[in-house]
Design a protein around this ligand. Sequence first.
Ligand code: NAD
Ligand code: MG
Length: 385
Amino acid sequence: MRRISIFGATGSVGANGVDLIRHAGGPAAYHVVALTGGRNIARLARMARELQAEIAVTAHEELLDDLRAALEGSGVEAAAGEAALMEAAGRPADWVLSAIVGAAGLAPGLAALSQGGVLALANKESLVCAGALLRRTGKAAGTTILPVDSEHSALFQALGAENLDSVKDVTITASGGAFRDWPLERLAAATVAQASTHPNWAMGQRITIDSASMFNKAMEVIEAKEFFGLGPDRIKVLVHPESIIHAMVTHHDGGSIAHLGAPDMRHAIGYALHWPTRRPLPVPALDLAALGALTFRAPDEVRWPALRLAREVMAAGGAAGAVFNAAKEQALDDFIAGRVRFTDMAPRVEAVLADLSAEGDFGADPDSLEAVLHWDRRARRKAAA
Ligand code: NAD
Ligand code: MG
């Protein structure tokens, strides 16, 4: 029986993963090793009971007693805290869904790769912070990293077995998020609640706000570079308000191959779950006649300065990705807490990049978790409001 784990099971991607496992036969079809979550103990316990997991882990040590109580009589082991998370990540599994949000997903992802499991990677922060380290770890363990981000899954599927030499460039699409059509002068007053609604996708709060600021797309451009080994000049962003085309590969012969689908993460997660085969998924097929029209716009770098920052980060190389991600996470924390305005986030991230590069360059690609975390901590300190 295939052994699987889900890190961040209680989140938006994680819960979709649990739903897919349920559809694919649940505990009768899979041996679920570990499910992890945060403060939502009831949800974590419910999932662990249903899938008969070996172990359920909450990231918060102080919630261990609550988790134990919620799992009483189930036969599921309860554990809490960072060390428990790492222990669970080291348990042999054939397939691991990395769906924790933020740089916190990197260490468990590396541990899961090291034990030889396929890593289905939703946690794009891992690739932005430590793409080279992740790839090297996967290679050493003889295993595969599969994209779960919808655009990257789309590129992976559209590329198939194509030779990258025949590829002119790739395009990832962006809905434009909550403020796509807002007058620019209103953006400074945008509230957290307004930034936390997405026109097409149902996602966690942080990625939803990152969609409004386009930091999400900026991260995804870097993710595409790290994942597919394409130079920055071969990765394009296209605003596509309907979110039906997720990505497109354009060849030197002038032809393009696009991947289309409803904006439903269960496609990309399910594709990674069943890879290299394709199985039916609980995702509705498209009805293009009912949709009628698909529209496109060029990205506006005045509205979305994060896109320009992504190019600067890729040009800088080394630890710039780890700094960019950490500064963005801190700026987002501060926006959510009401300490800074929506439009303060990008200038703050830009200032952290400038300050840290002025103190010495970003060096070579960080070659250890400790090296990544060192840059991560420095950047967060600089970015704090
Ligand atoms: P979410 O906030 O809904 O869920 C995050 C999960 O991580 C939860 O289980 C939470 O308990 C756990 N978590 C949070 N902080 C943690 C910490 N410090 N230590 C351990 N666990 C922690 O987030 P999400 O929207 O599901 O996104 C998860 C990841 O997938 C992110 O990297 C995001 O960018 C990526 N992603 C999400 C979507 C989507 O549709 N939601 C699409 C593409 C990529
Ligand atoms: Mg995406």
